[in-house]
Design a protein around this ligand. Structure first.
Ligand code: NDP
Length: 484
């Protein structure tokens, strides 16, 4: 098999197999071909991974930040050097076009390793003077063993967005990728070892939800960082709460994108394309509710359709192709079922809507107009290439409707009115907002959701607070006064 790794799991610096686990077939979404066969972790494998992470942690945390950072930055360089090979692997794992994976996956993972590698040496506590010469100092300490659980849309990126800040702070990690895309996290683990990481600081085990669940409940685990859907997030958060573990929850969304009459239509259409069809729509922060002010509605829809007609759909390994298959037959069928729901609810199909026949899991980029707030396609996360266009008249109306969702991951506005743009953003109930652009997620900026879309932030200096805690030390320079 083309992409068969040496074994299913990577524990304590080496590949490990246990064929007693449930088989996992890795399918190339463009053809349906099985490209690797792995096994889900057995309880013994879960235990080995946690034991490895636990025993490596104290020594890793005792290294200087400079040393830890150097290893992460070396790993970043190796990832960049191997970008092409890793991107080809990511394309086979996810089906995303090579045109995308070359610039948004291993490169994004490398950014995280470089950024947090750079921060590692400057992670400190502070000195707090008290009266009479007494003082307090704080020590920033690692949490311990962290568990990362990933979704299938950005496997390398998620493995690094969780791993890099965790490791920079002196934690160790057990990472479980989605069983749909298990291959690239193994490469991240390999690369860290090649960069000089001590064995056991970053372990990868495969498995379904039950493996994730057994990691979350293990008493050796101090922190859980999940990227996944809201229903999974609820379960994982509840299980983590039982052990009073730290959590980061990067969950789903149904984000609004508002386009005012005065917006630059070409830019707004570009934003809507990026925010709905990049990665065939399988992006958590997508702006899938596109509110277009009535004055430009038809012009917007016409231009959108013209530009969608030029999308190059096909073999994701062809670098000219910019729209690939969905990750799995199941995910494609979910998205197609929403197309049926949209039609049944009376939305107007203005583009696409069909499966593209063949072995791969392709469907057309799809746009509905005349969508109303109560329709399922406007309320539920589809996680596929289905855009809903809704009309609006006034600013007051649209901000209320934009916020009328349990989700709060992202939100965007297109307008040339500067003050209105900032007013709208101030009113958005969302963790990540965009003005006249959409779906950027550079490592330097915090990323995460409000409301049901999540807890905590990834990336930026804020991520450090989610992977470390402060120990407070009171120091008396005077005699101790006691009442009796
Ligand atoms: P799921 O919620 O189905 O799964 C996420 C991960 O959790 C998978 O590895 C899954 O394993 C695992 N899992 C499932 N059940 C449990 C459990 N009870 N305990 C522990 N782990 C469990 O999400 P998808 O993989 O389908 O990914 C799509 C979702 O991810 C969308 O909602 C999307 O919005 C969200 N997402 C959020 C992002 C963000 O940053 N906010 C970014 C990317 C995606 P398995 O797959 O083997 O079942």
């Amino acid at each position: 098999m083309k992409f068969q790794p040496k074994a299913s799991h990577f524990i304590n610096g080496a590949y490990v197999e246990d064929t007693g686990g449930t088989p996992i077939d890795v399918i190339y979404p463009a053809t349906g071909e099985v490209i690797a066969r792995l096994h889900s972790a057995t309880p013994d494998i879960v235990d080995q991974a946690l034991t490895s992470a636990k025993s490596a942690q104290a020594e890793w945390a005792a290294m200087s930040g400079t040393e830890r950072g150097r290893i992460l930055r070396r790993a970043s360089d190796i990832m960049r050097d191997r970008n092409h090979e890793l991107s080809v692997l990511e394309t086979h794992d996810t089906g995303k076009p090579l045109q995308e994976t070359l610039v948004a996956d291993a490169t994004s993972g490398a950014d995280a390793l470089e950024y947090f590698g750079g921060l590692a040496a400057s992670l400190t506590g502070e000195h707090i003077p008290l009266g009479g010469g007494d003082f307090v100092y704080t020590i920033r300490e690692a949490l311990g063993v962290c568990v990362g659980i990933g979704a299938w849309n950005y496997p390398t990126q998620i493995a690094c967005w969780k791993g890099a800040p965790a490791l920079a702070c002196g934690n160790t990690m057990v990472f479980k990728p989605s069983e749909s895309t298990p291959l690239s996290a193994l490469k991240v683990a390999e690369i860290l070892i090649e960069a000089g990481a001590p064995k056991g600081i970053y372990n990868v085990i495969q498995g379904y939800g039950d493996v994730g669940a057994s990691l979350v409940t293990d008493p050796r685990v101090a922190k859980v960082s999940l990227t996944g859907s809201v229903p999974t997030g609820r379960k994982v958060y509840a299980a983590a709460a039982d052990g009073m573990k730290h959590v980061t929850m990067e969950l789903g969304g149904k984000s609004p994108m508002i386009v005012f009459d005065d917006a630059d239509i070409e830019n707004a259409v570009s934003g809507a394309i990026l925010g709905n069809f990049y990665s065939s729509g399988q992006v958590c922060s997508n702006g899938t509710r596109v509110f277009v002010q009535k004055g430009i509605k038809e012009a917007f829809l016409n231009r959108l359709s013209e530009r969608l007609a030029t999308a190059k759909i096909g073999d994701p390994l062809d670098e000219d192709v910019n729209f690939g298959p969905m990750v799995s037959e199941n995910q494609m069928n979910i998205a197609l079922s929403y197309v049926e729901k949209g039609m049944a609810e009376g939305a107007r199909l203005v583009f696409g809507g069909k499966r593209i026949e063949g072995d791969g899991f392709y469907m057309q980029p799809t746009v509905f107009a005349d969508v109303t707030d109560d329709m399922a396609i406007a309320r539920e996360e589809i996680f596929g290439p289905v855009m809903s266009v809704l009309d609006f008249d006034t600013e007051e109306e649209v901000i209320a409707r934009a916020n009328g969702t349990e989700f709060g991951l992202a939100a965007g506005v297109f307008t040339n009115d500067l003050t209105r743009a900032h007013r709208i953003v101030a009113g958005f109930e969302a963790g990540t907002c965009y003005i006249n652009t959409y779906n950027l997620a550079p490592v330097e900026a915090p990323f995460g959701g409000s409301k049901m879309s999540g807890v905590g932030r990834e990336n930026s200096k804020l991520a450090i607070n989610h992977f470390s805690e402060m120990k407070t030390v009171y120091v008396s320079m005077n005699d101790v006064e006691a009442p009796y």
